[in-house]
Write a protein of this length. Sequence first.
Lengths: 330, 325, 500
Amino acid sequence: MKAQMNIRSLINRDNNIVQLLVMTVLIFAVMTALSPDKFLRYYNFESITYIFPELGLLSIAMMIAMLTGGIDLSVVGVANLSGILAGVLFHKMAGAAGIADAGILTVLLGGVIALGTGLVAGTVNGLLITRLGITPILATLGTGQVFTGLAIVLTGGPAIVGFPTAWAFLGNGKILGLATPFVLFAVIAALIAFVLSRTALGINLMLIGTNPKAALFAGLKRERMVLYSYMLTGVLASVAGIILSGRTNAAKSDYGNSYLLQAVLIAVLGGTNPAGGRGTVLGITIAVAALMLLSSGFQILRFSNHLIDFIWGAFLLLVIAINAYKNRTR
Amino acid sequence: MALLRRSETVIAGILLLAMVLIGTINPAFWQLDNLFSLMRSNVIIGIMAMGVLLVLISGGIDVSFPAFAVAAMYLTIKGMLALGYNGVVLPLLAATLMGLAFGAVNGFFVYKFRMIPLIVTLGTSAMVRGFLLGVVGTSMININKMPTALIDFARTDVVSVTKADGTTYGLTAMVLIYLGLALAMHLVLRYTMIGRSAYALGGDPEAARRAGFDLRKTIFFIYCVAGALAGFAGLLHSGMIWLANPRDFVGLELDVIAAVVLGGASIFGGRGSVLGTMLGVFMLVMVKNSLIIMRVDTTWQLVVVGLIVIAATALSAWRDRRRAA
Amino acid sequence: MSDGFIELRNIRKVFAGVVALDAMSLVIKPGEIHCLAGENGSGKSTVIKIMSGVYQPDGGEILIDGRTMPGMSPIEAIAHGIQVIYQDFSLFGNLTVAENLAMNVHLGEKRRLMNWRRTRAIAREAVARLGVELDLDAEVASLPTAGKQLVAIARALMSDARLIIMDEPTTALTRKEVETLFRIVRDIQARGIAILFVSHKMREMLEISERITVIRNGRKVAEGPTGDFDEALITRHMTGGDILNQPYVWTPPPGPPPAPRLEIRGLTVPGKCEDLSLAIRPGEIVGLSGLLGSGRTDLALALFGMVPGYKGEILIDGAPVRLRTTQEAIAAGIAYVPEDRLTEGLFLPQSIKRNMLATSYERLAPKLVIDRERAEEMTQGMVRAMQIATPTAEKPVMQLSGGNQQRVVLARWLLTDARVLILNGPTVGVDVGSKAEIHAKIRELAQHHGLAVLMISDDVLELVQNCNRIVLMHRGRFIEDLPAAAVTEETVSDRLKTFT
């Protein structure tokens, strides 16, 4: 009985989720119809599960920044910097055995450095926004440049190639038959969804985004909460960086440049209100899935990657138009 | 007293200070050929910044102009090659009109659906770039194939100096085009109703509606002009660097917006001036170009620019807060 | 046949099932100063928008000079000489006074180019017509509220206005500025232009207007020459309150008198409040009133931790506290229900439950995770206790009526185990029935739960009926501390009138 009520309240609460699901199913159907034998292959979906998590994490990070009415344009810079710093560590500590066989401790240290980078970066963003009062779009514009710039300085330009096998496992391996990054994503997404709906921090963020003034009068620790949210965003970005460098066995200062735009698009498509106060992990997840299916389908049809960008952009504008139209007639 | 308080004066002061600083570290900065080169670097970013300024004043943000610029540029060059046309005026006109058309799409979505300009322009940017690279092509057109008339036009100098060793350098005439467009924008912003309507819209959209402004005209004008300027600048750029690269201008939006904000425009709308923007652009370009002259490794370029953006925005946040108090 | 310049006859207006206006009638004679009196939420704003053509009525008709105007648009209204000065003035803060003034002329003439010399000339003339001094080159955002209002009035006068509607014109003005405004209004009237003041500030309306119409719940409930009314009567019509309550009596508990629940000694907020001292015992409901600029809201904010730079002492139950943040105030047991419920109190799109629990989430999640059962318990308990009319607590709070919304805000604070309750305008925009219930609830909280209540209000009747003491404030100082039993509505109003 309770489960039934929950599902119904879920659907009622978020028409958007239903819309997204319908869209996903439609995309799936269309892609299948266009290339039935190639699209429906297990291998195809499996490769999606390897690429999906990076973008998914970055999109969730973007959503969290948007919950309080802000935005984080530095997430890709943070992701790359995290991967690069870990890579630099690994290369420095490469013993006689070589990088690939680095011990588990080294790998853990690399992980700590990467996550630490995300945390520090997020803290910097949060402080610029809450203490100095810089508007989020400009603050993260600047820090994004700085982080990417630091990445360039550290690498001198080219990529850092070669990561420990254990590290690569995070991006390439399998756990219980499922792609490791996908498992990581699922766990993290579930955690974030939990935090947003079941902890004081999560609900506070929604309230702050809905009405910052009322949040002040309700005694919410606005600055502290916003700071935490950017720290969380930073850490998520660094996890994306870990997975990215693990999967490609390399870290570069300008990887995933297109991810930034896509993360914003997905956040908005996934039902996040850029002005604050609304956003769900579920929505993001479905939106990423939909767009990955779209990309995959078009890739199989031999569409170039660039054309897929075109389609993502068109999709966003279409969804905006539909939503606006629906709201008008209400 | 009022002159001292104006933000343009402050920025000019900071700019002067920076120039003195750089010049002290390396007096080669003050040499004419360096200054000419600096001014040359201002042209394309400056022209685009005029469009961004207009959008920012109206309370919006445009991140699609680099995509429009590169698309208009590449399509025009390709068209010229296909038609065997070698000229200057018509291609520039074509590129401008293309940019205008792209901009109209922005205007349509912003006006009709009242969607946040940032999101709309992100979408159109993706569409245009995607289409360009996916359908039209990714190959660079280099100097062998570039239409010569365009290159010759871009090569014209206003002033030419011959050095002792026989080489010449000069101040490109393109600077005049930049200054002309800047002047035009200033006149529009200050002396036309549609320019004032941009300020009104950025100041208080609801009041603008009530006052009876034709916001449809205003919004379309703003985004079409921004697009047109981007298209024009794109083609001019290819003439100046003798290259048509469809992957060009990536990441430029952040630089230009930073420059415009540096120049005193408010990101919330309602404030900004051409003079301030020109100063902001000059500052940005100068910092980027001067790193070499200051013997700073170019790898540090992004970091420096980023830090300047942060410092400038922190300052303007402080200024805006004092204003509101 | 109407002898009015503009008349609304039996106007009906419905928004998404909510009746905003129901058989509303209003007649304004040419060149008269008329006041439309009503509380927030009574339908005043809707009347303004209908008269200016922004909304079309769903029933009834509008007549101008005796002719019906079906489907009047804003442009037609302006063409007929109807000008509205909104509360926010609809000015462009980022533009100069001159440009704001000349704007309508430029737009009206459909010019393409901006002639600054002409702009200055137009502006200079407009300002001269008004008989005031204004810096034409000043950015409007830098002007004080009174200055902005002058610009708005000057602008309204520039077209051939026949009626100027002013929405809550005196809300943010000092006494002196109000006098300037009234002088200007009389000048305008002398030119044959009618003025409609839409307000709930009775004292001033009685001073300036010739006729009064009172609106309540979307209907006209009273109308007549100003001489027929006095403050008490208007307020009663506006609030519908002849709430036949017993006045609130506070009986000190037996035994030695307890330390005051809330005490302030020499509280000073630089520029706003000067050397305030007050003691409120558990169970007391102390009323606080005063004109604009008296510092009452600043006092409340200081008590709520929003003015960290205050001087003086604050004691809760005899123990001194230093309130530098809202969190510290809440921890000390202070609750504040703000003036503007919609922008300061509520998270409109969020659920009733979330709004209620907003301040309590930290407490509900001692170990990071929110205790959902307890949260639901608390919510349901409050919905019952506060008698909030709703089938479910998941509904967005913006769907509730004003009265129910206020109850949600009150509920939020009750959940924090507050010991001091500061209310700023607690029943503004609340329907009569809810008003009585909210008053009853406040009394119950004071009497049975021992809260110390500070009630700030402009509604003298509300104070006289629900407080055991009334404090009057003026220019940052306490002027009077009267036992409610010793005063009536009239005596308090009269006393307030003597403040200049």
